[in-house]
Design a protein around this ligand. Structure first.
Ligand code: PXP
Length: 235
């Protein structure tokens, strides 16, 4: 069985556009789990542009399903993870100016920064994954740093870069041969998910932006019908 983690960051993006409390990412998380998601992923970015500290607190307190906290490799974020003890933490590269996570972590070049953080999370029983490109050197570095899981960045595949599916397949095989659990995510949609889900070594997919966008498109007819009925009933 391959697991689906639903990333609810962009429910918070829409909420934050008005600064209020609607739509609530916690409600979206509960709804995704009820619909069959195996876990919830949320990225507490350093600039708090979507998910906020209070969301992490409420979601960690309310959910019994596994929570995967995406985080930058900083002491502040490690402290947040240790405080909330989610099931999993996925360490991602973070640049403030980027729109979304562009490219994977440099596990090979940042061993000194990552090693102690991975150790602290491992020690607290939080399952650590490193979000990396399907590059053999990065996969080997992740294994040597003691991370039990890697999440392979599918962004270049989603953008149609030639050869990328093969790189992901080979990376998944290499990672498994090194004893790593393999996850994948970024840019996955109804149209491109099948080839990734077919990679036998992949145990989990994390999908966000497409699902939240599609939920708006699929959900709009029902909510417009409901609002029309309320308006009509008021006359
Ligand atoms: N996995 C990781 C590590 C991510 O950083 C993201 C984006 O936040 C995703 C998966 C989900 O990507 P998308 O929102 O494009 O589905």
């Amino acid at each position: 069985m391959i697991r689906l983690g639903v990333n609810i960051d962009h429910v918070a993006t829409i909420r934050n556009a008005r600064g209020g409390t609607h739509p609530d990412p916690l409600r979206a998380a509960l709804s995704a789990i009820e619909a069959g998601a195996d876990g919830i992923t949320l990225h507490l970015r350093e600039d708090r542009r979507h998910i906020r500290d209070d969301d992490v607190t409420r979601i960690c307190a309310a959910l019994t399903a596994p929570i995967n906290l995406e985080m930058a490799a900083t002491d502040d974020m490690v402290a947040v993870a240790l405080r909330h003890a989610p099931h999993a933490a996925c360490i991602v590269p973070e640049r403030r100016a980027e729109v979304t996570t562009e490219g994977g972590l440099d596990a090979a070049g940042q061993a000194a920064l990552l090693g102690p953080k991975i150790a602290a999370l491992n020690e607290a029983g939080i399952r650590v994954s490193l979000f990396i490109d399907p590059d053999p050197a990065q996969i080997r570095a992740a294994a040597s740093l003691g991370a039990p899981v890697i999440e392979l960045h599918t962004g270049a595949y989603a953008e149609g870069r030639p050869g990328e599916l093969q790189r992901l397949q080979d990376g998944a095989v290499l990672g498994r041969s090194l004893g790593l659990e393999i996850h994948a995510g970024h840019g996955l949609t109804y149209e491109n998910v099948a080839a990734i889900a077919a990679i036998r070594e992949v145990a989990e997919l994390n999908i966000g932006h497409f699902l939240i966008g599609q939920a708006i498109l699929d959900g709009l007819p029902g909510v417009v019908t409901h609002m029309r009925a309320l308006i009509r009933a008021a006359r």
